[in-house]
Design a protein around this ligand. Structure first.
Ligand SMILES: C[S@@+](CC[C@H](N)C(=O)[O-])C[C@H]1O[C@@H](n2cnc3c(N)ncnc32)[C@H](O)[C@@H]1O
Length: 509
């Protein structure tokens, strides 16, 4: 099916739907499809666009593609950061249009909760009663009205035109009325009117985060909880792309010179690309001399390689949760320089395959296995546990993720994290080190997991800050908790644990 045929089917479908007149404000209600669900057959959001035989659409390609992604995120649980680049390529949207589409899509996804509260107030009805396709239009246009410099008349008129295309003429009055009501106040005025009264609830609402995540950040900041507004604001901003120079191939300094980026402040291999854009087209990335990796992730791998072990490092290194392989590449490159060897374990077959591709040519053996029992001989000098986690520390990079995650996810993840760390402690030799990291600052995934393992196995917690070049420690313990607002990295935890030399100290094992 080509794009035209696909779109033609969609238009017919919308026409039928359009006769239902179900979205007049406070009119006949219909349960809205605001939750993920199956798409109607014949619809493919990846193939949308104006039919060539029809009059030219009043809606530009950037808004079309943004709506398509928002729609797929809502109805099919798609990932915006995977789907958007693919659609931009497919539709040959580049330059300023691509940048606009990216801003609209990711910005809207980040702000879902805030936008829905404002749309609900403006429509005087709960958003769950608004047809899902129409809600996607209202979110997209509401975002433009509240959080961009798009002129209000343009945001409203393109929203109305998009609603007409997607849902039919009958809906345009409703969309026009809601958008005009939204445009009558600024974001700050809406926030003042609608935000909860308690300080954390207010900050969460203001910076478009679920309350439980704002609370988790406040807990992790501890004594520095006064930084919560900054932490949430940084989490809400477009992230800077970080590159890693492959150790042994190119230096961070050279990479910065070639790409025009800035050397990172913490990792000798990091380069930050303030200019944005697609880094995969850069020559050093195409040539395999550099790869995209957050500077915080580089620090995790560096901590695993740099931490001092007792006695000689015999070069047996292990990455227990390796997929898709970023830290395995960093550790494997350093292993090649040091004459060491890395075993990389990953339980998910497709991710193990990604690791194999990523570490090609490096002294790394990939094992598709469960890290809790990988069937490897113990005695490793260094083990990295980059544990599966909620990802609350990388919300900037996964625009819709904050609205998908539930606090109830943590219990099961924490159990897995404990078991993986337990396995790492068994696999490391006495005097060897285990680095535990998460891409989440949630205390139940960080401090609590580490403290329990330290207690149970009488581990020595090393000063991660000193290992990483004097980055300030987390407020409790000796681990380092990175933050976007402080370090410009993802909010990674890095804890470095040494196994005691004397077996009797391991009585609890
Ligand atoms: C945070 S990611 C690791 C990221 C990776 N270190 C990198 O830098 O690319 C966690 C990984 O652990 C894997 N995983 C989950 N449960 C696992 C288990 N029981 N054993 C091994 N790997 C597991 C997940 O599939 C995921 O790929």
């Amino acid at each position: 099916m080509n794009a035209d045929e696909s779109n033609s089917g969609r238009e017919q479908g919308r026409g039928r739907q359009g006769r239902n007149r179900k979205d007049t404000p406070r009119g006949g209600r219909q349960a809205g499809n605001t939750r993920p669900g199956p798409r109607r057959s014949g619809e493919d959001p990846g193939r949308r666009g104006p039919r060539r035989s029809e009059p030219k659409s009043l809606v530009d390609p950037a808004r079309h593609v943004a709506w398509d992604v928002l729609n797929a995120v809502r109805t099919r649980d798609s990932y915006a950061n995977l789907m958007l680049p693919a659609l931009l390529r497919e539709r040959k949207i580049t330059g300023r249009d691509a940048a606009f589409a990216t801003e609209l899509t990711y910005g809207t996804c980040r702000a879902f909760g805030l936008l829905d509260a404002i749309i609900g107030a403006a429509a005087d009805r709960d958003v769950s009663t608004i047809d899902g396709d129409v809600l996607d239009v209202l979110r997209l246009s509401g975002y433009q009205l509240l959080r961009t410099r798009v002129a209000a008349h343009a945001a409203v008129s393109t929203g109305v035109a998009l609603a007409r295309e997607q849902s039919g003429e009958h809906i345009t009055g409703f969309v026009n009325a809601v958008l005009r009501r939204i445009s009558q106040k600024t974001e700050a005025e809406w926030v003042a009117e609608l935000s909860p009264p308690d300080p954390i609830g207010r900050l969460a609402f203001t910076h478009a985060h679920p309350r439980w995540i704002a609370q988790a950040f406040a807990d992790a900041l501890g004594a520095a909880a006064g930084e919560l507004a900054d932490a949430l604001a940084a989490d809400d901003a477009r992230p800077v792309v970080h590159l890693a120079a492959r150790p042994g191939e190119i230096s961070g300094e050279e990479l910065a010179l070639i790409t025009g980026g800035e050397e990172g402040p913490y990792s000798p291999y990091a380069v930050r690309l303030e200019s944005g854009g697609d880094p995969t087209g850069l020559e050093p990335v195409r040539d395999g001399l550099a790869f995209v990796q957050d500077e915080g992730s580089q620090l995790v791998a560096l901590a695993a390689v740099r931490a001092e072990v007792d006695g000689d490092d015999r070069g047996r290194w292990l990455d227990l949760c390796a997929g898709p392989g970023g830290k395995a590449v960093m550790m494997g490159s350093l292993a090649r320089i040091d004459g060491a060897h890395l075993d990389a374990v990953e339980v998910a077959p497709h991710r193990a395959k990604l690791v194999r591709q990523a570490v090609d040519g490096l002294p790394v053996t990939v094992h598709e296995a469960d890290g809790r029992d990988p069937n490897l001989a113990p005695g490793f000098d260094r083990v990295l546990v980059d544990a599966p986690c909620t990802g609350l520390g990388a919300l900037r990079r996964r625009p819709e993720a904050r609205w998908r995650r539930q606090s109830s996810d943590i219990r099961e993840l924490a159990k897995l994290q404990r078991e993986l760390l337990e396995s790492a402690v068994k696999l490391v030799r006495p005097g060897g080190v285990v680095v535990y990291s998460t891409c989440s600052p949630h205390l139940a995934e960080t401090t609590m997991i580490v403290a329990q393992a330290v207690r149970k196995h009488t581990l020595e917690e090393l000063d991660a800050s000193a290992i990483l070049g004097d980055i300030e420690r987390a407020s409790n313990g000796k681990s380092v908790q990175l933050w976007p607002h402080r370090h410009g990295t993802d909010a990674m935890l890095v804890a470095v644990l040494k196994k005691p030399q004397h077996p009797q100290q391991l009585a609890a094992e």
